[in-house]
Design a protein around this ligand. Structure first.
Ligand SMILES: *Cc1c(COP(=O)(O)O)cnc(C)c1O
Ligand SMILES: [Zn+2]
Length: 376
């Protein structure tokens, strides 16, 4: 079931739809819950939580065995943490959690042609899953998008459309093309967030249903963050856990609308001035779901915080020295631990989970450029 985030209109979800008739985005409500006691017999993919995703028939599942990524204990900045290695999903980012469920629903709806706009990881993920499902995908990217990302999108088999101008121009072009195809945008599609709920389910299961004190996660458009929050709410409603973890929303200091809204105690995100940042995956100045993200932070007694590009570049090698190779966007999240500890927000004895979203190999060009002194 879908409920409009603005006017409250409800839709049964049986026919294709990506937003409300009033133009706002839709919330997804899980139709049921997975039976906890059966999980041990199920394969180790996120489809072990099938009942929560709103897919009617298992025949429509489009999967590459995504999810159930390792949760590994390590230490960073003197803090014991569990790293959630979501960069090990099939296309190299956590986006596959949302895409596998979104594309399964699109297949179930009988759609054979979609458009998506993205500048990176979501485009690669949608390309891979759509083509695998036999669905034609046109992925719109800004003309300035780096060659490596364009290559991954094109090689999976989507039709790549390069749009001159800004990121916003790309969205406009994709929306115009959506007159003749379904708009499968990861920022709008309610089943994308449904898939992200699996992150909450998995962390809970992997910690033997014990709630950590903190989950530290990046926020760009906020699908990941809201999936985490709504997934945990499902676990509470089902009685599978007894409390919420406090959620930390991490943003880049050069583009931090959620941090601005949170620190100024606002209900919605204010307009901000956006500057360039190494954390391109979370560089979103006007997140559509800003209000809900702020609510989720406050509902869990969480916090928002920012990290500078310098802190990101300093943290990436620290992770690599422990064997975890992530892209700059993904290093922003663990970078926040240093500040949160120094401010006494996270304590030595706290149980902390840190989400790692994107693989280092995604950004090889940037890593070569930035760390050239290490190997020249
Ligand atoms: C998309 C992305 C994010 C941000 O996720 P949202 O759901 O948009 O908040 C963070 N890290 C990486 C690597 C991403 O690709
Ligand atoms: Zn509405």
């Amino acid at each position: 079931m879908f409920t409009c985030s603005a006017c409250g209109a409800k839709y049964n979800g049986q026919t294709p739809r990506w937003r409300c008739d009033c133009g706002h985005y839709l919330h997804f409500t899980s139709p049921g819950m997975f039976p906890k006691q059966e999980l041990k017999q199920r394969p180790p993919t996120l489809w072990r939580y099938f009942e929560a995703f709103g897919i009617a028939s298992r025949d429509n599942i489009v999967t590459m065995g995504e999810g159930y990524t390792p949760l590994v204990a390590t230490e960073i900045f003197g803090q014991e943490v569990f790293l959630k290695l979501d960069y090990l999903c099939p296309t190299g980012s956590f986006k596959d959690r949302g895409t596998t469920v979104m594309l399964s629903k699109i297949k179930e709806w009988g759609i054979d042609r979609i458009v998506e706009d993205s500048s990176g990881n979501a485009g690669a993920s949608v390309s891979a899953y759509a083509v695998r499902a036999g669905i034609q995908a046109d992925v719109y990217i800004p003309a300035y998008t780096s060659a490596g990302k364009a290559a991954q999108i094109a090689l999976y088999g989507a039709k790549l459309v390069r749009v001159p101008g800004t990121r916003e121009d790309t969205t406009r072009a994709a929306l115009a093309a959506a007159e003749n195809a379904f708009y499968a945008s990861h920022n709008w599609n309610p089943h994308f967030v449904a898939g992200l709920k699996s992150l909450a389910y998995e962390i809970a299961e992997q910690l033997d249903w014990e709630t950590p004190d903190w989950i530290v996660a990046p926020v760009g458009g906020g699908s990941l963050f809201l999936g985490l929050y709504e997934g945990w709410r499902d676990l509470m409603d089902a009685g599978y856990v007894t409390k919420f973890p406090r959620l930390v929303a991490v943003q880049a200091s050069n583009c931090a609308p959620i941090y601005a809204g949170w620190s100024q105690n606002l209900d919605d995100v204010p307009a901000i001035e956006k500057k360039a940042t190494a954390a391109e995956g979370i560089s979103i100045a006007q997140p559509v779901k800003g209000k809900d993200i702020l609510k989720a932070i406050r509902a869990t007694e969480g916090v928002a915080c920012t990290v500078t590009d310098e802190e990101i570049w300093d943290t990436l090698p620290l992770l690599a020295h422990r064997g975890f190779y992530v892209e700059p966007t993904s290093a922003a999240t663990p970078a926040a631990i240093k500040k949160l500890k120094a401010q006494g927000i996270i304590k030595d004895t706290d149980k902390v989970v840190v989400e790692l979203t994107g693989f280092g190999l995604k950004a090889t060009d940037k890593l070569i450029e930035h760390y050239s002194h290490l190997f020249s």
